[in-house]
Design a protein around this ligand. Structure first.
Ligand code: COA
Ligand code: AMP
Length: 644
């Protein structure tokens, strides 16, 4: 593709100067039942919606229309499990058959338009079928990542109040099979019972099936294959553009996850636009997002965007290393002729640790790889330099969040590939007016760090709200900086308009690209009978970017062996939050460092553990606590830098 210099600037300015014209033009990439006559609805500002009078069905746009356009024989989904060896592909015709009949299964189970359906599935292609099946009949899916434990699943079910749950006998991790059905049964027991049906995809590799539970309680447990064999296809329903497509829970500052709501119309328009303009992937080309359907990256770039664009998507069950080796990604890229690969920097660091010289590239033809996109955490310049030197394709960092659903800052390769600056996810994406402000909302000069905010309205595809309601949405995102959406990230813009995203301003941490709340982990630690107080902070980790580090004080008079206590606390977090928390560090303290008003000095604690210069605020309650903390951390982390 030939790109004229300045295309990005022109496109960006057009998107901000006349969003109405810009997004109505973008909406032409989508098939509507009723074409929208206007783009932005500002009548409820600062709550905005897009394409208010348009009607469509997202599943039709992702599947049916490609068959109707004569591309039914093109591969739609490639599945590849490094864990079981199962590999295959479905054409668009086959995907349509599977999705419409699975939608029939949901209909037969009494699932209606607007009902919520929780999906708790591993990385098998049925996850795509389940999501699109919901979209077809207007049911609102809520996918929960398989690495979360029963309580986290239950918390999401309690908020979304689903009528059905779709799961499998389990997932397969390198060291073990993860049986999902006991987790599902526990979650059902913890919730107040809105679920009427559980549909189970039986995997021969993992024990457990619907039949094991069929006789229990008021819930009907159906075997996926049996129900599918009996089902007829369901026709798609016509939905308002503003109707919810899905809820995806993500961690916030509190222990309770926030249910991000995505609409149908704005989402389809934005994702279709992003495929052409950011990723430069079109019909018939192959995109592989090596993420998980439980995260937003999986929603947008394993499932919806590639299919909306008529491309081929790859769903991969496996890790970047150890399944079987650090060449796993290059094998998949080669075998499936991947044009664009998307993963998290932690995956690159894992490969680098095992194979610093990229010797596993030999024997794989990755010449078809046009670009490697990264997101989920900052792409540190060192990892960038390593990948850039070894991979011979552009290494493109881009920044986004569950809330936005697609990139806020990126190098828009489909519009105009811009020079890459290591450490920066490049420039704001058209539609996003990104600014950096101080705590009072005043603009920060170029090059100085501050809160990254986005001037309202957010573009199509961004969250339409929170499932918990408008007030919850306003309080979480819109009140800190009136007129802006607060991203919760800090960073700076440089003289050329390039953004750098340096970290969170709240209690969210990012472990191996997985977003967790320290509050969620603290709550779990607080369940231990010996624990009086707990604080969890995110500290630097060479592989995972960050890891959670816990600090606890004990109740008065409690005597317990510290090694046993630590093991119990690690297990507690695993049982309450899930293995994904990868929680292993616990330090036992006499007291937590606090200000005189009782605020825990998390930043000071983090500086101590990270070996940074420590700044103790003058408002500290008892300065001596810092010495105890340093000594305790030193006992546990023998690698603490000298001079701390
Ligand atoms: N179901 C059940 N358990 C899961 C799981 C899932 N879907 N995903 C991870 N886990 C478990 C792991 O088995 C591990 O358990 P263990 O403590 O018994 O070993 C634990 O959760 C921690 O997993 P993880 O953080 O993934 O660490 P890891 O050592 O297994 O792998 C990486 C490290 C870097 C290879 C891996 O995290 C990775 O590939 N990350 C890519 C990040 C990514 O895709 N992010 C999504 C946003 S783009
Ligand atoms: P999630 O909602 O799980 O996608 O996590 C979003 C958060 O991950 C953001 O708010 C950032 O803190 C971080 N993040 C994602 N992508 C990047 C990136 N490219 N650079 C820096 N931080 C990122």
């Amino acid at each position: 593709m030939v790109h004229s210099p300045g295309s990005y600037q022109r496109t960006y300015h057009a998107s901000l100067e006349d969003p109405e014209a810009f997004w109505l033009a973008a909406a032409e990439a989508v098939d509507w039942d009723v074409c929208p006559s206007r783009a932005l609805d500002e009548s409820r500002a600062p709550l905005y919606s897009w394409f208010p009078d348009g009607r469509l069905n997202t599943c039709v746009n992702a599947v049916d229309r490609h068959v109707a356009a004569g591309r039914g024989q093109q591969p739609a989904v490639v599945f590849d499990s490094a864990m079981t060896g199962v590999r295959g592909r479905w054409t668009y015709v086959e995907l349509l058959e599977r999705v419409s009949r699975f939608a029939g299964v949901l209909r037969a189970a009494g699932v209606e338009r607007g009902d919520r359906v929780v999906i708790y599935l591993p990385m098998i292609p049925e996850a795509i079928v389940a999501m699109l099946g919901c979209a077809r009949i207007g049911a609102v899916h809520s996918v929960v990542f398989g690495g979360f434990a029963a309580r986290e699943l239950a918390a999401r079910m309690e908020d979304a109040r689903p009528v059905a749950l779709i799961t499998a006998s389990g997932g397969i991790e390198p060291t073990r099979a993860v049986e999902y059905l006991p987790i599902v049964a526990d979650a059902l027991a913890l919730t107040t019972g809105t679920i009427r049906t559980v549909i189970v995809k039986d995997r021969p590799e993992v024990a457990g099936s619907a039949a094991d539970f069929a006789a229990s309680g008021d819930v009907a447990w159906l075997d996926w294959d049996a129900a599918y064999a009996d089902a007829g296809p369901a026709e798609p329903v016509s939905l308002r553009a503003t109707d919810p497509l899905y809820i995806l829970y993500t961690s916030g500052t509190t222990a309770n996850p926030k249910g991000i709501v995505r609409d149908n119309g704005g989402h389809a328009v934005a994702l279709a636009w992003s495929m052409a303009n950011i990723y430069d992937v079109g019909p018939g080309e192959v995109m592989w997002a090596a993420s998980d359907v439980g995260w937003v990256v999986g929603h947008s770039y394993i499932v919806y965007a590639p299919l909306l664009a008529g491309a081929t998507t790859v769903i991969y069950e496996g890790k970047p290393t150890g399944t079987p080796d650090a060449g796993a990604f290059w094998r998949v890229v080669d075998e499936h002729r991947v044009k664009v690969l998307f993963t998290a920097p932690t995956a690159l660091r894992a490969i680098r640790r095992e194979d610093p010289d990229l010797s596993h590239l030999a024997g794989h033809d990755v010449s078809g790889l046009d670009a490697l996109f990264l997101a989920g955490e900052r792409l540190d310049p060192e990892t960038f330099a390593w990948a850039d030197a070894g991979l011979h394709c552009p290494i493109v960092d881009h920044w986004w969040q569950t809330e936005t659903g697609w990139a806020i800052a990126a190098n828009p390769r489909g519009i105009e590939p811009l020079p890459i600056k290591p450490g920066s996810p490049s420039v704001p994406v058209p539609g996003y007016r990104v600014e950096v402000v101080d705590s009072k909302g005043r603009p920060r000069p170029a090059g100085t760090e501050g809160n990254i905010v986005i001037r309202l309205p957010l573009p199509p595809g961004s969250l339409s709200g929170l499932w918990a309601g408008d007030d919850a949405y306003r309080n979480a995102y819109l009140t800190a900086f009136p007129g802006y959406y607060a991203t919760g990230d800090s960073g700076h813009l440089d003289e050329d308009g390039y953004l750098s995203v340096m970290g969170r301003t709240d209690d969210v941490i990012n472990v191996a690209g997985h977003r967790l709340s320290t509050g969620q982990l603290e709550e779990a630690l607080g369940h231990h009978p010996a624990v009086a107080e707990a604080a969890v902070i995110g500290v630097k980790d060479a592989l995972k970017g960050q890891r959670a580090s816990g600090f606890v004080t004990l109740k008065h008079g409690v005597r317990i062996d510290e090694t046993i206590l630590r093991a119990e606390l690690v297990k507690l977090v695993r049982d309450h939050v899930g293995p994904v928390a990868a929680f292993k560090d616990v330090v036992v303290l006499q007291r937590l460092p606090k200000t005189r008003s009782g605020k825990i000095l998390r930043k000071t604690m983090r500086q101590i553990v990270d070996g940074e210069p420590v700044r103790v605020p003058p408002t500290i309650e008892e300065p001596a606590v810092i010495d105890d903390l340093v000594a305790a951390v030193r006992r546990q982390h023998h690698d603490l830098p000298a001079g701390v």
